[in-house]
Design a protein around this ligand. Structure first.
Ligand SMILES: NC(=O)c1ccc[n+]([C@@H]2O[C@H](COP(=O)([O-])OP(=O)(O)OC[C@H]3O[C@@H](n4cnc5c(N)ncnc54)[C@H](O)[C@@H]3O)[C@@H](O)[C@H]2O)c1
Length: 382
């Protein structure tokens, strides 16, 4: 297949590019290095400086003989994607090219505006590139489980049937984002749903939970092919952050009571999900939605797992409760459905002590690079 990856330099985009290229697909990775720029601007650089796309693609080709094409392009720029699509004619487009940090989006006016404009802009330009240049292309967009919030009823996979005054109909599941970032994802889901319905597009929205892991199998242990690994308060997702804290002697910072429950998945399972979804496009005209996670944990349970694995590695890993910088419910009901990807064939990898140990050991090898001042929350929306 011909697969274009929007945001191909990112934490998920780069492993996805390697994954499809390893299978023999023709892959084009697009990125404008927005994430690298925002990390520099906020003193939130990743643990290791990852090579830019030309060097990464060359290293991957040398190691595997497989080719990943790349282009530095702003996917939100007027018409830029349409020109790329007219030339490349993709069968599938995997859309990661968004500003993905909730705390970054809550930092102030400029950060909120950038998040909103960029995330709606890339989705809008992608839809028009498909309509104008590749109408058969399957759009696979990364959404977020955070779009649903934590309602007091079961969360369905994207859609819900509502009976009202003796009649019933099917609607997008109600959303309630907990940050401006999540709200931008709600808006782009709405945009994609409208355009899919109005124009008979092929589209899947993946409501993903936080991802963990420092590498995928395709990197074959070569650290220059690992995705960027963030452990800071702005861009580090919680399990990656806890692994880095355990490795560098910083107490695990649990926000509030730590009872917030969310669905998580291994980076390698994200790749598995994407391969399954790309192989089985939905019928045209109706947005398909999957909830993409494998296991539910509370933040405190995660901290306890990391502390225990740290202990097995001979580390003393204290847990420290700190005030929650986010406006979110500490105690809440949480029962989201997630059958769709299992029915497509997903074989989940559960969070294992081995995976946690390998993440902690990875950070230990680069312990000197950890900047401890980036771990405590620098942004509060309370
Ligand atoms: N990582 C997670 O745990 C997670 C969880 C749920 C959802 N998601 C979603 O998955 C997607 C990817 O997340 P990630 O963690 O890989 O983030 P990331 O920041 O590492 O990757 C996004 C990439 O897109 C690029 N990009 C952003 N705007 C662009 C533009 N206008 N033009 C070209 N490139 C652009 C960035 O430079 C970056 O390389 C996001 O939509 C995010 O909301 C991620």
């Amino acid at each position: 297949m011909r697969i274009v990856i929007l945001g191909g330099d990112g934490y998920l985009g780069w492993p996805t590019a390697m994954h499809f290229a390893s299978r023999g697909d023709e892959v084009l990775a697009l990125d404008n290095y927005l994430r690298r720029r925002l990390a520099r601007d906020t003193q939130s650089e990743p643990l290791l400086a990852t090579p830019e796309l030309p060097a990464r693609c060359a290293r991957f080709a040398a190691l595997t003989g497989k080719h990943i094409e790349h282009r530095i392009v702003d996917c939100a720029e007027d018409g830029a994607l349409t020109r790329v699509f007219a030339e490349f004619r993709p069968d599938a487009a995997v859309h990661f090219a968004e500003q993905p940090s909730a705390p970054y989006s809550m930092r102030g006016h400029d950060e909120a505006r950038l998040t909103l404009r960029n995330n709606i802009g890339t989705t809008f330009e992608l839809i028009w590139a498909v309509k104008r240049a590749a109408p058969q292309c399957h759009i696979v967009k990364l959404g977020s489980m955070g779009e649903y919030g934590t309602p007091d009823i079961d969360i369905e996979e994207g859609w819900i049937e509502i009976a009202h005054k003796g009649r019933k109909d099917r609607f997008l599941y109600p959303r309630a984002g907990g940050s401006l970032y999540h709200t931008s994802k709600i808006l782009d889901t709405d945009l994609l749903e409208f355009e899919t319905r109005a124009n008979g597009l092929y589209a899947t929205d993946l409501m993903q939970g936080p991802v963990y892991g420092h590498c995928s199998d395709e990197a074959k242990g070569d650290e220059t092919l690992f995705p960027h690994f963030h452990y800071d308060d702005l861009f580090g997702t919680v399990i990656n952050r806890f692994a880095a804290q355990a490795a560098s002697g910083v107490p695990l910072t649990v926000y509030g009571k730590g009872h917030q429950r969310r669905g998580y998945l291994d980076l390698r399972d994200t790749l598995q999900c994407l391969a399954l979804v790309v192989a089985a496009p939905p019928p045209p005209g109706k947005l398909r939605v999957f909830n993409q996670f494998t296991e539910i944990f509370s933040v405190l349970e995660l901290a306890e797992r990391v502390r225990e694995v740290g202990r097995q590695l001979g580390l003393d890993v204290p847990i420290r409760a700190i005030g929650n910088p986010r406006r979110e419910r500490d105690e809440h009901y949480y029962r989201p459905a997630h059958d769709g990807l299992l029915k497509l064939g997903l074989k989940p990898r559960w969070l294992s002590d081995d995976r946690l140990a390998s993440m902690i050991e990875f950070v230990q090898r680069h312990r000197d690079a950890v900047d401890r001042t980036r771990i405590l929350p620098r942004v509060s929306w309370v």
